[in-house]
Design a binder for this molecule. Structure first.
Ligand SMILES: Nc1ncnc2c1ncn2[C@@H]1O[C@H](COP(=O)(O)OP(=O)(O)OP(=O)(O)O)[C@@H](O)[C@H]1O
Length: 303
């Protein structure tokens, strides 16, 4: 089967700055694919090239089997797109705007706009210029999903959405996959990609530094740990924690507060902690930048 997206040595230079460097990316049809990376990594630039909003400096792109430039409006109709920064102005209501989109990209099932809006808790009767950032984002999502496109390209789709709406969005993504649609989404939030995506490419400064299935990449490898045991336990805990090979930067204060950086799953650590009176413990989601750097480190070790 032709991949939904295929790029070969895709590159975009802005003057002397390279935003995307010779990217080879294949997104198979029917998969949810995450592009993840810190700000400025090249995610938006990549997505814009796929949609023919900007032209690559060099390399090749195929989207749904076509070159975006040659595909024109016919190809565009097969794609739902949410840009990172959605500018919506004017007196039109959300409903007016969606009607307009539906005419361009249709056909749209009757009631589809209302159903999506309700799921995302969006009021379609309001003028778009009066909508908050989050509500504009919701309208962008409704617009992209409305005509059930074969491919959804979503740039930071959950920015500005509250957690409940984010959850509903993730559900929409799952349903899209079940319906055979392909989804490419970018994010700088690791947990979102982990919940939504089958595969992921990690971008850093225009390079794909890692690519694979979400479980393969073990992106959660780094976790920050902090907590507190009673003060009498502090010396014993210190030696137990120092003996754990997967725990770095161990610090245990005299009052029983402790912290460290965990490089693997927390099982061994939890076994150790079970022997103490733990008053408090927090294991934090890894920082994306740190995870990317860790991946870089692994690459270096191999090379
Ligand atoms: N029109 C432009 N002119 C010059 N440089 C640009 C332009 N657009 C993007 N860049 C640069 O290209 C690099 C990649 O930007 P891009 O917006 O693709 O990153 P991103 O991963 O989407 O990050 P963000 O989440 O901050 O948008 C950045 O260094 C950015 O400053």
């Amino acid at each position: 089967m032709t991949p939904a997206i295929d790029t070969r040595a895709l590159r975009k230079d802005y003057g002397r700055r390279t935003a995307v460097r010779d990217m080879n990316l294949t997104v198979e049809t029917g998969c949810v694919y995450g592009l993840i990376g810190p700000n400025g990594a090249g995610k938006t630039t990549t997505l814009r090239m796929l949609l023919d909003i900007i032209r690559p400096t060099s390399g090749e792109v195929r989207v749904l089997g076509r070159a975006p430039r040659a595909g024109g409006p016919k190809l565009r109709r097969r794609i739902g797109y949410v840009p990172g920064e959605l500018r919506l102005e004017g007196r039109a209501t959300g409903r007016d705007l969606l009607r307009h989109y539906a005419e361009i990209s249709g056909p749209v099932e009757p009631g589809a706009a209302e159903e999506l809006a309700e799921r995302l808790d969006l009021d379609l009767a309001r003028q778009v210029r009066t909508l908050s950032k989050g509500n504009k984002q919701k309208l962008g999502l409704v617009q992209a999903f409305l005509h059930r496109p074969e491919l959804l390209v979503l740039d930071e789709p959950t920015s500005g959405l509250d957690p409940l709406v984010q959850r509903e969005f993730l559900q929409l993504v799952r349903e899209a996959r079940e319906a055979g649609q392909t989804v490419l989404l970018s994010s700088h939030v690791l947990s979102e990609i982990q919940q939504a995506a089958d595969r992921v490419a990690v971008l850093s400064e225009g390079d794909v530094v890692a690519e694979g299935s979400v479980s393969e990449l073990r992106l959660t490898a780094i976790r920050h740990l902090r907590g507190r045991v009673d003060a009498e336990s502090a010396p014993g805990l210190r030696s137990s924690l120092l003996a754990l090979p997967a725990l770095r930067e161990v610090e245990v204060a005299e009052d029983g507060r402790f912290s460290g950086v965990l490089d693997s799953e927390p099982n061994a650590l939890l076994k150790v902690l079970a022997g103490y009176r733990v008053q408090d413990i927090v294991i934090e989601e890894p920082d994306l930048e740190e995870s990317v750097l860790a991946l870089y480190g692994q690459e270096d070790d191999r090379g």
